[in-house]
Structure formats: C-alpha cells, structure tokens
Design a protein around this ligand. Structure first.
Ligand SMILES: Nc1nc2c(ncn2[C@@H]2O[C@H](COP(=O)(O)OP(=O)(O)OP(=O)(O)O)[C@@H](O)[C@H]2O)c(=O)[nH]1
Ligand SMILES: [Mg+2]
Length: 397
C-alpha cells in the first residue's frame, strides 16, 4: 500500500524557514543531464530552502558535489570541498571526498549520512501524487510548502522532469496516464485478479536475479518489460502502469550489499503490487518485513518460491500483505529508518558547508583516478621524499 508510505514521506519533507538565504556556488557532476537532473532531485529542493544556488565550475565553487560511481582525474585535481552521493553498490572513498551520502549503514561523525536511493525516488512519486485525478492525498499545507520553494512550478501547469528511462510529465491527469493503477489505488478493481508477476530490468549483469527469475518463471510465466527477459516485444514506456497489472514484482537488486536498497522496491509499492526482494540483507530495517517477500529470510530459493506460491494461491494472505504498512513503527509511529528527513539532510549539508576542515588534504595517499589504487611502501616513500624536496625547494627560493 502506497498511501501510508507517502504520508510519512510527505511529513518528512518539512523544512525550517531560512532567516536569510546564503549564496552557494555549486560545482556538479551529476547523473544524466547534470544540472537539469539535479534540479529534479530532492537535494536541490533541500538546498534551495536555505541557499541561493548558482552553478559554477570545480575551481570556483564552494562545494563540488559528485553523483556517480567513477572518480575523474580532473575532479581529483579540484581543491575545493568535495562531497559524493553514491547511488550504486560501491563505497565512497573518504581519502578523496570530504563528505558523503550513500547506502552504507556506517557512522563517520559529520562526514557521512545514509541516504539510500529509495528515499530519493519517493520525491518523484510525491510530485506525481499531487497531480490532477490522483488517487493519493497529500496535506494542503505540505503542497503549499512545496510550491513555495519551487517558483518554476505551479499547481496549475504541467512540467517535465527527467526520470529513469525517459522524461516524465507531472501535473497531468493521473487517471489518463495510469488508468490501471488509478483503479487499483481507488479500490475500483480487484488486486487478486491480476496476472502473476512482473520484472523490469535492462542490466543483464545480475546473476542472482537472473537465476531466481528462471526458477520463478518455471512456476508461472513472468511478464517482462525491460531489456532482460522481455516478453512484450520491447522496452515498456510506463514502468509503474505495467507493474500494476501484476500481483507481484520481482525487484531484486543487481547485487548484494549491506544497506543497498534502491528505487526498485518503491516502484513496486507505488504500483500496488507485492515486492519480491533480494539485495540488501538488512532490508527489514528499511521496510516492514510483513509488507513484502524478503528472499533473504528463506533457507534457499525453493523455500522462498514455496512461500510465493502460498501467497499466490491464498487471496486473504495475499491481501493482508498488500495492505500492510510498508514502514516499520518506532514507538507506535511508522517512520523511516534512522528518521531520515529533509531536515536531517539539510542539517548534514549545512554542517558540511560551514566546516572549516578540508579533510581530503590530510590524506597520506595522493589523489589518483583509480580509487582502488594504493601505494606500496616503496612507492609511498618515494612520493613523500618528492613532497619534502618540493617543500624544501619552495623554502629556499
Ligand atoms: N520503463 C522502463 N524502465 C526500465 C527499463 N529497464 C529498466 N528500467 C527501470 O529503470 C530503473 C533504472 O534502471 P537502471 O538502474 O539503469 O538499470 P536496471 O536495468 O534496472 O539494472 P540495475 O540497476 O543494475 O539493477 C529501474 O527501476 C528499472 O526497473 C525499461 O526498459 N523500461
Ligand atoms: Mg539501477
């Protein structure tokens, strides 16, 4: 069920008023189209509540923000404050970055905040849910706060944003764009009377996911909308409407990683279908284990498939899971793991921007384009000797 998850997310978008906005020059290497994609992301919304943002290059910026897996040589030469948002199953290198946000459930004082991709992806659904004919509700005051901070958007006009696999137009008729999903979410169709399961991925390099697909597909055929195991003659344009036509969605991550919960499970909740999940062994910290099939909970794949068969053949058990709140409750209140919120993200970013320390300058390891590169003892001595000679040269000149 998406509405209860949306309610908690909408509350978590609350931001305090800024006394006066400070100027912020932001250097950026972001996904997709760069600045345009970044502007659709909630980090932009959060920052623009307290800063007048201008985009500039890495040499003149106050903060360089990187949102991608690989490290460029030219970024490493940039001496400014560096922050990385890691959206893949990989670790942030804190020898190179002063601050980071990502999946890992780690504690590193003020230098790290866990912001898993699934939380970011809720921002798109929050905006979709505000459109005309939406079956979802968002409190009026929360909607007003959104539009007040987004002067380029109006509640009366459609606007476009880049999303995974294409552009999405927001603020247009929900029931026209998602007729099947609209009927389900407004209790006008029977969720048990749907085809079996869907799968939408285009990355074939996911051996565990592919193996599970084969086993499940042997029980009942799975509808495939992505580039891998496609059954509909080509990539599906509208992922969420496609998912809503099936009882389950196979939303395995491409690999296993502690903390690595991406947008895939959120897509399933939004589409009113039961997620069949594998990837983050600790996913039960992020989502209520009674609201999805957690394949990590089973001895092996066969046992997990037995449970899916049970849900598929017992409508009451199926509906109970479908209608369970996706979030865990803490002291009776459904919450995000670690109480993640826009205010928490803002606090982290403010501390980073106010920080006088440039941590990466104290790293013994020199900047290098390959983050896995480490100096051997001999190489390190050579490197340090060179540095000392350079310093002595400077002193004597
Ligand atoms: N509409 C649509 N969405 C797709 C298609 N292929 C993948 N997606 C979805 O787009 C989102 C982003 O996909 P990617 O992260 O680029 O790649 P992926 O194929 O999902 O594979 P991994 O991320 O490696 O698991 C995911 O939620 C996919 O489910 C497609 O052909 N059509
Ligand atoms: Mg992906």
């Amino acid at each position: 069920m998406f509405q209860p998850l949306l309610d908690v997310f909408a509350q978590s978008t609350h931001l305090p008023q800024a006394p006066q906005k400070k100027p912020l020059k932001l250097g950026l290497k972001w996904y997709g189209d760069g600045v345009e994609d970044f502007k659709s992301c909630c980090f932009y919304h959060v920052l623009s509540s307290h800063y007048d943002i201008s985009f500039t290059d890495k040499n003149t910026c106050d903060l360089f923000l990187r949102g991608f897996l690989f490290h460029d040589k030219d970024l490493i030469e940039c001496a400014k404050l560096r922050m990385m948002f890691m959206g893949e199953n990989a670790r942030i290198d804190f020898n190179l970055y002063d601050f980071g946000m990502g999946f890992d459930d780690l504690s590193f004082h003020d230098r790290y905040l866990r912001v898993p991709l699934y939380y970011l992806s809720l921002w798109m659904f929050f905006k979709l849910a505000m459109g005309p004919n939406s079956p979802f509700q968002i409190d009026e005051s929360i909607q007003r706060a959104f539009y007040a901070l987004s002067p380029d958007k109006s509640p009366d006009h459609p606007y476009s944003e880049n999303a995974h696999h294409g552009t999405i137009t927001l603020n247009t008729s929900f029931s026209d764009n998602y007729p099947h999903l609209h009927a389900l979410a407004s209790d006008q169709s029977d969720p048990t009377k749907r085809a079996f399961a869907s799968f939408v991925a285009s990355n074939p390099k996911a051996p565990v996911r592919n193996a599970f697909y084969q086993l499940l597909n042997a029980y009942r055929p799975i509808g495939g909308g992505g580039g891998v195991f496609n059954t509909i003659g080509g990539p599906v344009a509208n992922k969420w409407e496609f998912l809503s036509q099936y009882k389950f969605n196979l939303c395995f991550e491409n690999s296993r990683g502690y903390g690595y919960t991406t947008e895939k499970i959120i897509d399933a909740y939004f589409a009113h279908t039961i997620p069949i999940y594998w990837g983050n062994p600790a996913v039960a910290k992020d989502f209520n284990p009674k609201s999805f099939v957690n394949v990590h909970d089973f001895k092996d794949f066969d046992e997990a498939i037995d449970f899916i068969v049970y849900l598929d053949t017992h409508p009451n058990a199926y509906l109970e899971m479908l209608h369970t709140h996706p979030l865990n409750s803490i002291e009776g209140q459904p919450r995000f793991y670690q109480d993640l919120s826009f205010e928490k993200i803002l606090g982290f970013l403010q501390k980073a921007l106010d920080c006088q320390e440039i941590y990466h300058e104290h790293s013994l390891y020199p900047a290098h384009d390959d983050p896995m590169f480490l100096y051997s003892g001999k190489q390190l001595c050579k490197f340090l000797a060179k540095k000392i000679l350079k310093r002595l040269g400077k002193l004597s000149s």
